[in-house]
Design a protein around this ligand. Structure first.
Ligand code: TNX
Length: 475
């Protein structure tokens, strides 16, 4: 999970014993990322088998070798080859990320039963369909803290997802401390949807999340939603309002009533400061500026504001990402448009823009699985695991095929999601469906082949205590 792009399983198996070692060549011993992958693998094998593997620099028969000498042309930045036979197991990739992906596959091949600690003979050559395989968590409507985010990162990594999009601000809350603007978190961070407690990340918290994500080869994509969805900022800073009067906090679940205004005295400095700090604190290439549902923003001013945001993002050498409505503005080359609802709006993007596909009817994790579910909403339809799986990103927008698609992402909006148990119930196992949509070639995917593999994946999640959704489709 997800299904590799090519593989062969053969008769026979390689025993993993207390004598098996993990081999990394001396010259890579100081590669920090590679080193973290080894430590992860040691921990995972120990959890699955009870055996603690030692590490060494020279391979002997039966060892597990991690090699960085893969062919970049064949494997790309994330691909790997995994060979398991009577001589041992070898993961070969061109990058540390590829080795990581290969070890994730290796761990899945362990039977996860205490009496059997062998790896089946296999030859796998694997690389993802898309470079962007993401999940979005809305920490603005309901706040979730650092510990919950660290756990979330570990769970999404199991689906070979590699982007964590954090929706950090909205009408109901502002969740990231910004130097020089203490009211953003002092006021805007103190509220949440439905009267929930609120909360926010300090810069150190954010750094901790980003670092944990990096250990799992996940890039954090932070979103500051502007110019709409800004009531929490407007309520914190009177100077963001034309009349200089801060509106009251908002704790409902409506959208489309708030807006930044170019003519308000603090707007330009605010935009420059919040983007500047987030760009400095974010090692990934992307900053998401929101841009959705700006129903309270005049059309011409919307374009000006998005273009100003784009200017700031580019000044800090980041790539701008925005919801599909940004296609109404004049987008620079390389912008990423996140499609969610209206293909006709998304396709206004210029020919050099690329797309992240988040079709609400297949990827919105705040939708109910079935009419019987108490948790979740209905507006985009019911999304059980088959619906989350059975769609092709290349058929959503006329004329937009894989050459223009960066990848896929599933958003979890949290107007009505109050606890981390609820987050997990809505995300799992649906995120495993998304993981395969983003990874596996379309012609190898079909629901009937996926179903039994998803059932095993769900059992493994349940075994580590994830309060996941039990779909009747997997019975
Ligand atoms: C639409 S999707 C929104 C969010 C809501 C969500 C609720 C998008 C870009 N905007 O503000 O939370 O619907 O499902």
């Amino acid at each position: 999970m997800p299904l590799p792009s090519s593989f062969e399983l053969r008769e026979g198996s390689l025993p993993i014993t207390a004598l098996t070692r993990i081999v990394i060549a001396d010259e890579h011993e100081h590669d920090h990322q590679h080193d973290q992958t080894v430590n992860h693998l040691i921990g995972d094998v120990q959890r699955a088998t009870g055996i603690h593997l030692a590490r060494t620099a020279t391979a002997a028969a039966g060892d597990i070798e991690l090699r960085l000498d893969g062919d970049p042309g064949q494997l790309g930045p994330e691909g790997y080859a995994l060979d398991i036979d009577e001589h041992g197991a070898t993961v070969r990739a061109a990058t540390p990320h590829g080795v990581w992906n290969g070890t994730r596959t290796l761990v899945q091949l362990l039977p996860h039963t205490p009496l059997d600690t062998s790896l089946p003979f296999a030859h796998i050559l694997d690389r993802p369909r898309y470079e962007w395989r993401g999940v979005m968590l809305d920490v603005a409507r309901h706040f979730f803290g650092v510990d919950q985010l660290l756990r979330f990162i570990e769970l999404i990594a199991r689906c070979k997802l590699n982007r964590l999009h954090l929706h950090l601000t909205d009408d109901q809350g502002w969740r990231i401390a910004i130097d020089g603007w203490p009211a953003l978190t002092g006021v805007g961070g103190s509220t949440g949807a439905s009267g929930s407690a609120g909360g926010y990340f300090t810069r150190a918290d954010y750094a901790e999340i980003v670092a944990h994500a990096a250990r799992h080869f996940i890039t954090v994509v932070p979103e500051l939603d502007m110019p709409g969805h800004t009531n929490a900022a407007l309520a914190s800073i009177p100077g963001l309002n034309l009349d200089g009067i801060a509106p009251p906090a908002y704790t409902g679940k409506g959208v489309g009533f708030s807006s930044l205004r170019l003519a308000a005295p603090a707007t330009r400095r605010f935009i420059s400061d919040v983007i500047g700090q987030l760009a400095a604190d974010t090692p990934g290439h992307y900053l998401h500026i929101g841009g959705d549902e700006a129903h309270a923003t005049d059309h011409a001013e919307y374009r000006q504001l998005v273009e100003l945001l784009q200017h700031e993002v580019r000044r800090h050498h980041k790539q701008m990402v925005g919801w599909e409505e940004i296609a109404n503005a004049d987008l620079a080359a390389g912008s990423i448009v996140q499609h969610w609802l209206q293909p006709d709006v998304a396709r206004r993007a210029p020919p050099d823009a690329r797309f992240v596909m988040s079709p609400a009817a297949h990827t919105y994790l705040d939708m109910k699985h079935t009419p019987q579910c108490t948790l979740g909403r209905r507006w985009a339809g019911f999304i059980d695991v088959d619906t989350a799986y059975d769609w092709d990103p290349a058929t959503l927008i006329d004329g937009i095929g894989d050459d223009r698609i960066a990848g896929v992402e599933a958003p979890l909006w949290t107007e009505k999601v109050a606890t981390f148990d609820d987050v997990q119930h809505l995300c799992f196992p649906r995120l495993a469906c998304l993981g395969e949509v983003g990874w596996t070639p379309q012609h190898l995917r079909n629901w009937s082949g996926f179903r039994p593999r998803l059932a095993v994946h769900a059992e493994r999640l349940a075994a580590i205590g994830v309060p996941l959704y039990r779909s009747a489709l997997l019975d």
